[in-house]
Design a protein around this ligand. Structure first.
Ligand code: ADP
Ligand code: MG
Length: 462
């Protein structure tokens, strides 16, 4: 039996907000940590990606803060996107208690942030650099801070961030520290936090990937073609493609766009506004493919990412685990596929493979079509039979865009966005894969209205 949130003696306004989020029972890690964090000592918590760590620290925080309080907690995270995501989750959960979370990240308006800090800022979340800058400008009231949280803790003690984190820690008078990560790594790296007899909760082996994620690798010297073949043959809701350099990220995104895929690109070289817009558009499902560097590897929570492609072999085991963890979230099923060319350092992948024995990375081949072994989600063979490809006599020359197709198909009875797979708009025609549909509806689907014009629809193939 899963534990209901109601069981804990939580503030009724907080309970209401938790229910509004659709959370009724605790995830296992929340069940384990809530009683401990409500007491609140120094705590290190390791639990796999997608297990609900954000709410695990937001709920006890919100329980302990009242509206009249000054800043009570500081949450440090490695990327700006993750900071915004946590701000969002905190504000949802703190809605009825009217608590405010202020998000401080680089490349956004410093003065605007300073103004927000003058108003209510019960909790601050952000990246260490910008938080430190506000401390230097005396914009943050430090006296009442009780809790310091490091989310993605193993990343926070890496070279680029540690000095600022150290400085921040030094300036906060007395506080308890909570560390969260899917991979905690060597505990020695957190020595600088001077933890006081911390409780340590390791929920699963930190080399483990959630069992809902199936892992594969493919040897290929034509990675782009392999990606296309994967996109064409796997029924994906959405997909993350991880690439090691900004330049290659740009190239792959451009090539996919040229082929009319709805693509979003995210890397550290973009303006912050572009970065925010990119992640927003991907989260809202406006594009199905996110081509990105490792800045999107940690913490980012998007529903229905069914496929992660490591276009380049990740440089560390941690990176492999965190990238892969973008899929298979909550109870969903996910696929994580690594592409390896002759140029990739095979020893790197071998290390990853040997350290991840428990979930053996299976080798597969792609020929023209990627023949994926049956996934756990394929309930039976009929599943496949429910997918069809439509052929529509209108294309680029008619100024048709993917969105027009989505719009007109969604207006059909018995079809929704969930049924629409890959849309391929060619010069004179368009093909659309329909997923998981009842074939009887095809009989009536002989034409659709697109941009005011009726267009003929044919069934291309099964
Ligand atoms: P992690 O930080 O462990 O990777 P997140 O905190 O990002 O995981 O949560 C993953 C997903 O689970 C989010 O979409 C979140 O809304 C959802 N979630 C968290 N707690 C619960 C719960 N108790 N019940 C249902 N869904 C939850
Ligand atoms: Mg997280």
């Amino acid at each position: 039996m899963k534990t209901e949130f109601k069981k804990y003696n939580l503030d009724t306004q907080l309970l209401q907000a938790i229910e509004d989020c659709g959370y009724f029972t605790c995830t296992p890690i929340q069940e384990k940590t809530l009683p401990i964090l409500l007491e609140g000592n120094d705590t290190l918590i390791q639990s796999k990606t997608g297990s609900g760590k954000t709410a695990a620290f937001c709920i006890p925080l919100i329980e302990a803060i009242n509206f009249d309080d000054n800043t009570k907690a500081l949450i440090l995270v490695p990327t700006r996107e993750l900071a915004h995501q946590i701000e969002h989750e905190f504000n949802r959960l703190a809605l009825y208690k009217k608590l405010h979370c202020v998000c401080l990240v680089g490349r956004e308006d410093f003065n605007k942030q300073a103004l927000q800090l003058k108003q209510k800022a019960h909790v601050i979340v952000g990246t260490p650099g910008r938080i430190f800058d506000h401390m230097e400008s005396n914009n943050i009231k430090l006296d009442d801070i009780q809790t310091l949280i490091l989310d993605e803790a193993s990343e926070m003690s890496t070279l680029g961030l540690i000095d600022q984190v150290k400085e921040i820690v030094r300036q906060i008078p007395r506080h308890k520290t909570w560390l969260f990560s899917a991979t905690l790594g060597e505990l020695a790296q957190y020595k600088f936090l001077r933890l006081n007899n911390p409780t340590q909760i390791e929920f699963d082996s930190s080399n483990e990937i959630s069992s809902q994620i199936e892992t594969y690798h493919i040897d290929t010297n034509q990675k782009f073609e392999t990606v296309i073949s994967l996109l064409n043959s796997i029924e994906i809701d959405s997909c993350c493609i991880f690439i090691n350099t900004r330049e290659d990220t740009e190239n792959v995104a451009r090539q996919l766009k040229d082929m009319n895929y709805l693509v979003t690109m995210l890397h550290g070289g973009l303006e912050q506004k572009q970065r925010n817009r990119a992640i927003e558009s991907f989260k809202q499902g406006k594009s199905r493919i996110l081509v990105c560097t490792d800045i999107a590897a940690r913490g980012i929570d998007v529903d229905k990412i069914s496929l992660v492609i490591h276009y380049d072999c990740p440089l560390t085991l941690d990176s492999y685990i965190h990238r892969s963890g973008r899929t298979g979230r909550k109870e969903e099923i996910g696929l994580s596929i690594t592409l390896l060319s002759d140029n990739d350092t095979s020893s790197l992948f071998e290390t990853i493979e040997s350290e991840t024995e428990s979930y053996k990375i299976k080798k597969i081949r792609v020929d023209n079509q990627f023949n994926r072994p049956r996934m756990k989600s394929d309930k039976d063979e009929k599943f496949k039979e429910k997918n069809y490809t439509l052929f529509i006599r209108a294309g680029k020359k008619d100024k048709i865009r993917n969105l027009d197709i989505v719009g007109s198909l969604c207006s059909q009875p018995n079809l929704s966005g969930d049924n629409i797979g890959i849309i391929d708009v060619q010069e004179n025609y368009t093909t659309v894969t329909l997923l998981n549909i009842d074939p009887t509806i095809l009989k009536d689907l002989t034409s659709v209205k697109i941009k005011g014009k009726t267009r003929k629809v044919e069934l291309k193939s099964k």
